[in-house]
Design a protein around this ligand. Structure first.
Ligand code: ADP
Ligand code: MG
Length: 349
């Protein structure tokens, strides 16, 4: 049985469809990420699961129970928001205990529950402090503590790390993932950051304009993107998309005299190749260097094949300059093809 199941979930605000016909399941104990650009419907989906908004159509089940019409308090979930809004006048201890007190849970358990949560989060020494006396990371831990102390089987997080600096975000990522696994929590986590999704998730649900573009494990999303949108959303730099055109030899990269990528015919296609799968070679497809960006471990070369710009990721440092002529190649197993109209992946023979 799925821990969470959404069936045909739609939410309209007047004429606007915030989300449309969303269907997915989350397995018990899994970490699922809702990923996508701003405005694609991530928060709306999460708020519908939490019961903070009600769906225009569809059904939501949590733990096999139809919760579509239940208020948030009866859904047995906890939630952490981007603006975690701790109470500034309350101590860490009172902030963490706030929810369980409001819900009038048995007071005799409070100390044991608090101790467990503060122990896990490393907040034992900070319980008497006010939020203003804490660092950003410590405040974030208190917000997590408020959710964890509820001891609900399902936890929902909406961009909980976006207020933190890059290094802290990376630490907290690992921490949240470890806690989720240790406590066996079923997690739905919202982010627009693909590295966060790739590094934390068991399952990634990629949203676009209120609909699911692709639902897959991180490795599958990277290796088998369903569309140009998915291919370019995952990976840095994103996958190169190169239009193909007919030539005497077959389908070539538009404007290039390089070798044929595909035999003649068929519908208009574009070729996808990831920057990390392209190599500089002695003899290959001719290209012209346009830019060089050195990052220490690797270099991103901006180049042009015919009319098509592309990026190439090469290990180490290179002695190249704009205007240089180079030759590029990649293995055919790293080629992807997409329909030029729909952007959907296809598999030409
Ligand atoms: P995300 O979290 O992915 O950035 P949201 O779920 O917040 O996106 O929003 C999805 C779409 O729904 C957006 O176009 C947004 O403007 C719209 N929307 C969200 N909440 C409301 C609301 N309360 N009233 C009207 N439109 C809304
Ligand atoms: Mg949002």
């Amino acid at each position: 049985m799925a821990a969470i199941s959404l069936q045909g979930i739609t939410k309209q605000w007047g004429e606007v469809h915030a989300v449309r016909d969303i269907n997915f399941e989350v397995k018990s104990g899994d970490f699922t990420v809702l990923l996508g650009p701003s405005g694609c419907g991530k928060s709306t989906t999460l708020r519908l699961i939490a019961g903070l908004d009600s769906a225009s159509a569809g059904k939501i089940e949590i733990g096999g129970r139809d919760v579509t019409r239940l208020p948030p308090a009866q859904r047995k979930i906890s939630m952490v928001f981007q603006s975690y809004a701790l109470f500034p006048h309350l101590s860490v201890r009172e902030n963490i205990l706030f929810g369980v007190k409001v819900r009038k849970e048995p007071a005799r358990d409070f100390e044991a529950r608090l101790k467990r949560v503060s122990g896990i989060l490393g907040l034992d020494a900070l319980l008497t402090r006010r939020p203003g006396q804490l660092s950003g990371g410590q405040q974030q831990r208190v917000a997590l503590g408020r959710a964890l102390i509820a001891e609900t089987p399902v936890c929902l997080m909406d961009e909980p790390l976006s207020n933190l600096d890059a290094q802290l975000r990376q630490e907290m990522r690992r921490e949240i993932r470890a806690l989720q696994q240790q406590l066996g929590i079923t997690m739905i986590y919202v982010t627009h950051d693909q590295t966060e999704a790739m590094s934390m998730a068991d399952q990634v649900i990629l949203l676009r304009n209120g609909s699911i573009e692709q639902n897959a494990a991180p490795a599958e999303l990277y290796a088998e993107p369903a569309s140009v949108f998915a291919a370019r959303f995952i990976g840095t730099p994103p996958m190169n998309i190169l239009p193909l055109a007919e030539s005497a030899a077959g389908m070539v990269i538009e404007g290039s005299e390089g070798r044929a990528i595909l035999p003649h015919g068929g519908r208009p296609l574009q070729l996808g190749v990831r920057p990390e799968h392209i190599a500089l070679v002695e003899r290959g497809i001719p290209a012209i260097v346009e830019s060089i960006e050195y990052f220490g471990a690797d270099t991103i070369v901006g180049a042009r094949i015919g009319a098509a710009p592309l990026l190439v990721r090469v290990p180490g440092q290179l002695s190249l300059a704009a205007g240089d002529r180079i030759a590029l190649d990649w293995e055919t197993r790293h080629q992807y093809f997409f329909d030029r109209e729909s952007g959907l992946r296809c598999h030409p023979a």
